[in-house]
Design a protein around this ligand. Structure first.
Ligand code: HDE
Length: 707
């Protein structure tokens, strides 16, 4: 458990009897009663003290194991049943506890209690995930990231099961099994794992024009988050807010990360999958352990009911965004993650989300994707976790639960009394309905009048304009990465007809330049006439924005014996003070000698330190150190790779000469003071660490320099 986060005392109130209002620690208190310490003496599950857990009961020293060995059988059968089915999608995930804090009253748009007053805190649990890969796959494939949020409100559990991309691949839930079958490993040979770069995905995509807008997002670096804390989150669908007076408006949920929106690049993501497959989950876990709590602002775009038809797309269509320039995001509060789980299986694996878990003040729209999800999630939890999934510690609400649902496998509640039906007189009519005024959930009384029809609304018909809007909104480097990503994926596709359909039937309808650039990379011609580009853009869609701070960023310091220890410790201290991290990397672990004989601790040996897990590099001065580093192939590779990935690189004194041995261009080592140009920071020996640090900090806020 985190040292920094203090748990509340163990005098847990049973949630079923919780009388006190919910606060940020209510769920922690609730979970407390299920926490078990390892204990001093081993017992069986029946509490019997165990004398020997390492030898099975045998007939003679070299004889067969006896059927009678109940201890062996109990241990082994439990082990045999340790796994539950992995999620059919979003199998690989990581989660943490935290809270939502309201910025002020939002009662003008919703009666949901968590938004009722300034400072009100509601406990939360968030699970992040990749979609396509199995539970044991790597953290960094090109994929959408799940962003599933559980709010333990005093009015019941609210699940906002979102993603890090604001739209989806398809418009109707009935197509979801096809989409997932297409992207998952191909059924005949179970290849490839956690990747969309194969024939079946692109076959489906090429025949599904509504996917085009989403393709632009997943082929952008949005699909390669640097950190889970540098991702935006979205509820995707249009939902409804409803006030106490019954007035409804449409809303889209947004989460904006405090650390800025930053991603990896594809080459880096692929290498990290081998060097550190747990890259994102490690980053989240470590950040929370050291008190660097991930934080997001939480807000909504609000569309009054009467404005539903005012857009040139349908707000029920989940392949569309509402541009933030048209409807700004109204911030309602912040979300902070401040505690790691105690047990991965009990919490992260058994947590069960369902978009149908809502509270008064939040309701659904008729988005056909959302409507289908309202069936799928409860169904999947019944199969995956079982009919009493809501009783599990991580899933149970912090407010009372009373109804006549009974029994089923692994029931935990011991319901007293002879009454398990309604209406009843023997139980005094309890549990009873809540009368008006008690804030029970009442579905929004939307007027529905339609014919039964299996058809898509024509208002869902424009599949390309917002894909073009996205493309137009990208910085040059973002466009380059999209072209490279689509080209990479299509070059993995073996069927030429699929490549041709993607280029001519999808991309040519987005933008002519995009289509022809991709066509060139994959050795094809664009044969279709390109649709004219409408020229509109939405600046909010670009990731080309500096962060406010460098918290959690990691700097590598390449050093050897004879290093200028003052530079190393000076820079390290300044970085740590900013919440960033710095690691001294040397040939072997242990210590190296500073140029004045002082011992400098090594944080990581070179073979364990790949450039891809750092955000920036510093090569300090010290003639002997610089000469050694310049001769180390691993160090030169490190610098070249960091350079190729556009990362800030700084060098001081003799360290500048090391850069001369690399492929880095545009060095101006003759300068007499610190020069900083496009992420390349060089300083002569006489310059102080402060100037280098300031320039490095600014460069790290920019994140990358692709030119
Ligand atoms: Fe999901 N999705 N989904 N999805 N989804 C699941 O539920 C489904 C969709 C999302 O961390 C499953 O518990 C259908 C959109 C997240 O536990 C399953 C459709 C969005 C998670 C399921 C969608 C999501 C899931 C698999 C089309 C973003 C992980 C295991 C109608 C708004 C939750 C499970 C976690 C998980 C079905 C589309 C997000 C099978 C049928 C759109 C973050 O129920």
């Amino acid at each position: 458990m985190s040292e920094t986060v203090k748990r509340p005392p163990a005098n847990a109130t049973s949630p079923a009897n919780a009388a006190s209002p919910v606060d940020a620690t209510s769920k922690d208190r609730d979970l407390q009663r299920d926490l078990v310490d390892p204990g001093e003496r081993m017992t069986t599950n029946q509490g019997l003290l165990v004398s020997d857990d390492q030898n099975s009961l045998k007939a003679g020293l070299r004889g067969p194991t006896l059927m009678e060995d109940f201890h062996f059988r109990e241990k082994m059968t439990h082990f045999d049943h340790e796994r539950i089915p992995e999620r059919v999608v979003h199998a690989r995930g990581v989660a943490a506890h935290g809270y939502f804090e309201s910025y002020g009253s939002a009662t003008d748009i919703t009666q949901a209690g968590l938004f009722s007053e300034k400072g009100k805190q509601t406990p939360m649990f968030i699970r992040f995930s990749t979609v396509a890969g199995s539970r044991g796959s790597a953290d960094t494939p090109r994929d959408v990231r799940g962003f599933a949020m559980k709010f333990y409100t005093d009015e019941g559990v609210w699940d906002l099961v979102g993603n890090n991309i604001p739209i989806f691949f398809i418009q109707d839930a009935i197509k979801f099994p096809d989409l997932i079958h297409a992207v998952k490993p191909e059924p005949h040979n179970e290849i490839p794992q956690a990747q969309s770069a194969h024939d079946t995905f692109w076959d489906f995509a090429s025949l599904t024009p509504e996917i085009t807008h989403m393709l632009m997002w997943v082929m952008s670096d949005r699909a390669l988050p640097r950190s889970l804390a540098t991702m935006q989150g979205f509820g995707i669908h249009t939902f409804r807010f409803v006030t106490a007076e019954g007035v409804s408006s449409f809303v889209k949920f947004h989460l904006k990360p405090k650390k800025g929106i930053h991603s990896l690049v594809w080459d880096e993501a692929q290498k990290i999958a081998g060097k550190d497959p747990d890259f994102n989950r490690r980053d989240l876990f470590d950040a929370i352990e050291r008190g660097d709590y991930p934080e997001w602002e939480f807000g909504v775009q609000v569309v009054p009911e009467e404005d539903e038809m005012k857009f040139d797309f349908d707000i029920l269509d989940p392949t569309k965004i509402i541009p933030e320039e048209d409807v700004p995001v109204r911030m309602l509060g912040k979300i902070v993650l401040n505690r790691n789980v105690d047990n991965y299986f009990a919490e992260t694996e058994q947590v069960a989300f369902h978009p149908g878990h809502v509270v008064p003040g939040i309701d659904f729209s008729n988005d056909p994707l959302l409507q289908g999800r309202l069936f799928s999630y409860i169904d999947t939890q019944l199969r995956r976790v079982g009919p009493n999934f809501a009783e599990l510690p991580i899933n149970r609400p912090v407010c009372p639960v009373h109804n006549n649902q009974r029994d089923a496998m692994a029931r935990q509640t011991i319901n007293k009394g002879r009454v398990s039906y309604f209406p009843n007189s023997l139980g005094n009519g309890c549990p009873a309905h809540s009368p008006e005024g008690m804030k029970a959930f009442v579905s929004y009384a939307e007027k529905i009048d339609g014919v039964k029809i299996r058809q898509r609304s024509p208002s869902f018909g424009d599949h390309f304009s917002q894909a073009t809007l996205f493309w137009n909104s990208m910085a040059t480097w973002e466009k380059d990465h999209i072209v490279a990503a689509i080209s990479f994926e299509l070059n993995m596709v073996e069927t030429k007809a699929i490549q041709e359909r993607v280029v001519n039937e999808l991309l040519a309808n987005v933008d002519g330049e995009l289509a022809s650039r991709v066509a060139k990379h994959i050795g094809l011609q664009v044969t279709a006439a390109s649709k004219p580009n409408h020229g509109k853009s939405s600046p909010a869609l670009s990731m080309d924005k500096p962060a406010d701070a460098i918290t959690g960023r990691k700097v590598a310091i390449l050093a050897a014996d004879g290093v200028d220890a003052d530079q190393v410790t000076g820079l390290k201290k300044k970085l740590l003070a900013e919440g960033a991290l710095a690691e001294v990397i040397a040939k072997t672990n242990g210590t190296i000698k500073g140029r004045n004989g002082e011992a400098v601790a090594v944080d990581r040996a070179a073979p364990n330190a790949a450039s891809v897990i750092y955000d920036a590099v510093f090569v300090p001065g010290g003639a002997e150190s610089a000469a050694t580093v310049a001769k180390m192939g691993a160090a030169i590779h490190f610098l070249n790779e960091a350079y190729a990935h556009g990362k800030p690189i700084a060098a001081m004194g003799e360290g500048v000469e090391v850069l001369g041995k690399t492929a880095i261009e545009g060095l101006s080592s003759s300068a007499s003071s610190v020069t900083s140009d496009k992420g390349l920071i060089v300083a002569p020996g006489s310059a102080g660490v402060s100037g280098v640090f300031d320039a490095l900090k600014e460069a790290m806020k920019q994140h990358r320099f692709f030119d």
